[in-house]
Design a protein around this ligand. Structure first.
Ligand code: SF4
Length: 246
């Protein structure tokens, strides 16, 4: 069977009732700065912890560029403590804001009005910003068509034997910020709901008809337990509704 196009994946995801329209507004930040800050805090933690840190910044009246810049590393670290690795994150966030001030007059508009490849290069040169974070910032804060490849996308693409090649992806999906924002939301939601690391639920997944025949046998999902989830179960960004503010 020839490899299905990404347009076929898009059609299957778009038609699925579990994925409502509006998922392109899925990153839960109200402003560009909030998207930037939350993308930095989201590394190696659950989205619920990021939401707590953002709420603490807001409650302290520091969720603005001036507010964040007025904090020293210890004060900032105390407010973002719930996001984990808070000393490191505070240092990196302050360095990012300092760089933004020195190189772009503190203006995110000025940063993001540069060509995509140039903004990406500059973001990747900042401490603590890898490809996934840079692309998320470009896409959700900057409005650039930068396809985000995270662990969920890698897992789904691998199971479907799709190449994670940017040139191929852009040829298949002509770049559009709105489209790529949908794709990121779809990948995370599909992985969380169906394409779990162990025991993927292919039978219920909207992408089942597109699964290659040569796919090595995946262990089926267990019958859902009737027991309530454990209270300490980690929540993730997938648990945050589209457009829900942080
Ligand atoms: S759950 Fe199965 S069908 Fe769905 S994306 Fe994963 S491998 Fe594909």
């Amino acid at each position: 069977m020839p490899r299905p196009t990404l347009a076929a994946y898009e059609a299957a995801l778009r038609a699925h009732p579990a994925f409502p329209p509006g998922l392109d507004r899925w990153w839960p930040g109200r402003t560009r700065l909030q998207v930037l800050v939350s993308a930095m805090l989201a590394q190696n933690t659950s989205w619920a912890n990021v939401a707590r840190a953002m709420a603490a910044l807001r409650a302290a009246g520091r969720l603005s560029q001036a507010g964040l810049e007025s904090l020293d590393e210890t004060e900032l670290g105390r407010l973002i403590r719930s996001s984990g690795c808070w000393r490191q994150k505070a240092r990196r966030l302050r360095a990012l804001l300092r760089w933004l001030r020195e190189e772009h007059g503190g203006s995110l508009r000025r940063l993001f009005r540069q060509p995509t490849a140039e903004v990406r290069r500059q973001l990747l040169a900042r401490e603590g910003i890898g490809e996934e974070t840079a692309d998320a910032m470009l896409l959700f804060a900057g409005g650039h068509a930068s396809f985000v490849v995270d662990a969920y996308t890698r897992r789904i693409f691998a199971r479907h034997q799709l190449p994670l090649d940017r040139a191929w992806i852009s040829a298949e999906l002509p770049p559009s910020p709105r489209r790529y924002r949908h794709w990121h939301a779809w990948m995370v939601e599909t992985a969380k709901r169906y394409c779990r690391k162990r025991q993927p639920d292919c039978a219920a997944c909207p992408l089942r008809p597109l699964l290659p025949e040569a796919q090595p046998r995946l262990r089926p999902a267990r019958t859902p337990s009737r027991r309530a989830p454990k209270p300490h179960a980690r929540r993730s960004r997938a648990g945050v509704r589209a457009g829900q503010p942080l």
